[in-house]
Design a protein around this ligand. Structure first.
Ligand code: ZN
Length: 175
């Protein structure tokens, strides 16, 4: 987990983003995405009363998404029982969807809470990172730059087309 997020922090453009050069002038980027604030580039693919799902602007891998609580919550311990259960189910639905589209061989799923833990956004969110065999290519190794082979617009389109087949009322009630 730690290893992959170290790499993720080296994603192209990420440093400028977190240090403020290109950071949108909003109190919370995830609240702004939730509210469809036009100042923020949004890769949101799903939203309901308790969660929304957004693709990572600086993905470690194809399909790297974040499951966020709809309510602005900074700490894991402040989540309600309903939010915890619903979030777990949202992560499951997202995995089923990613399994169908990309057939990853594994996942890293996790949260970073607080600046000292590597969180750049003070609004709790779960990274869901699909993992594949033979991920490291020539440029990854020589330039320490992650090469994600599919563009974000294409990934977003594929996920948006199918997400309601997975994250729907029936799915959440079945749990
Ligand atoms: Zn927020």
């Amino acid at each position: 987990m730690i290893k992959i997020f170290e790499k993720w922090l080296q994603a192209l453009g990420k440093l400028e983003y977190v240090t403020g050069k290109e950071k949108p002038k909003v109190d919370c980027i995830l609240c702004a995405i939730r509210d469809d604030d036009k100042r923020v580039k949004s890769l949101k693919v799903y939203q309901d009363d308790l969660n929304f799902v957004v693709l990572n602007l600086y993905p470690y891998n194809v399909g790297h998404a974040m499951v966020c609580t709809t309510r602005h919550v900074a700490k894991y311990i402040d989540l309600t029982k309903e939010e915890l259960i619903h979030t777990s189910r949202t992560i499951q639905g997202l995995q089923l969807l990613l399994d169908e589209i990309y057939s990853p061989r594994g996942y890293n799923i996790g949260i970073n809470q607080g600046n000292y833990a590597g969180a750049s956004i003070n609004h709790i969110h779960w990274h869901v990172v699909p993992r594949f065999p033979s991920e490291l290519g020539y440029i990854d190794i020589t330039a320490e730059t992650r090469v994600v082979v599919e563009g974000l617009d294409s990934v977003k389109k594929k996920i948006e087309e199918k997400i309601n087949d997975f994250l729907n009322k029936e799915f959440f009630e079945k749990f």
